[in-house]
Design a protein around this ligand. Structure first.
Ligand SMILES: Cc1cc2nc3c(=O)[nH]c(=O)nc-3n(C[C@H](O)[C@H](O)[C@H](O)COP(=O)(O)O)c2cc1C
Length: 174
């Protein structure tokens, strides 16, 4: 796998289009590592830094990992080739299954952080949390609250600096 560093916003349109369909969020805490699917978030700039904003419900194993380490990677596919893997990573918890044992999920190594990435994706962000905000019942639009939070479990919103960004060098990107 040949990776090339890029500005975080070089392929932003592709990233923003793909995110709602799902991307991989990987974490590592010592010898424990995990991958989940994420779909809600944003990319942009805050405090003069490139930022990724992701939203993770407290019930996720990944939540525990991010709370502990403050770091994660995002691996974003630009096509639907990873659809089944995204659904798999979004259907099982790392508490009950080591998702990296699934043979179609090919684990790679982050370039700056010692956290996995998922190969067969096109764009990779390595992220370090700067701050976070828990969504709360009182502050949420009522329709959204009723639609997405009937059982609470309000997302934690993580604002993370993108400390490294790179793409898979393949025909698509040349
Ligand atoms: C396409 C897709 C997008 C998802 N987006 C999110 C998300 O943004 N935040 C979240 O908390 N869960 C999201 N999920 C659900 C988690 O990926 C799922 O609960 C997963 O099993 C959590 O894994 P973990 O317990 O190993 O962290 C998504 C699932 C899918 C299939």
């Amino acid at each position: 796998m040949s990776l090339k560093k890029v500005e975080f916003n070089r392929y932003l349109k592709d990233a923003v289009e793909q995110l709602p369909k799902g991307a991989f969020l990987c974490t590592r805490d010592g010898d424990k590592e995990n991958v989940m699917a994420v779909g809600w978030g944003a990319f942009g700039s805050m405090w003069g830094r490139p930022m990724a904003i992701v939203t993770v419900r407290p019930s996720r194993y990944s939540f525990e990992m991010i709370e502990k380490t403050g770091e994660f990677t995002l691996s974003i596919p630009f096509n639907q080739s990873q659809k089944d893997n995204i659904n798999f990573c979004g259907s099982y918890s790392g508490r009950e299954k080591n998702k990296f044992e699934e043979k179609s999920i090919i684990k790679g190594q982050g370039q700056t952080l010692d956290i996995p990435i998922i190969e067969n994706c096109q764009l990779f962000y390595e992220c370090r949390v700067i701050t976070k905000q828990a969504l709360s019942e009182e502050m949420l639009n009522q329709n959204i609250r009723e639609m997405y939070y009937p059982h609470g479990n309000y997302h934690m919103v993580y604002y993370a600096e993108i400390i490294d960004s790179y793409v898979l060098e393949d025909d698509y990107l040349k």
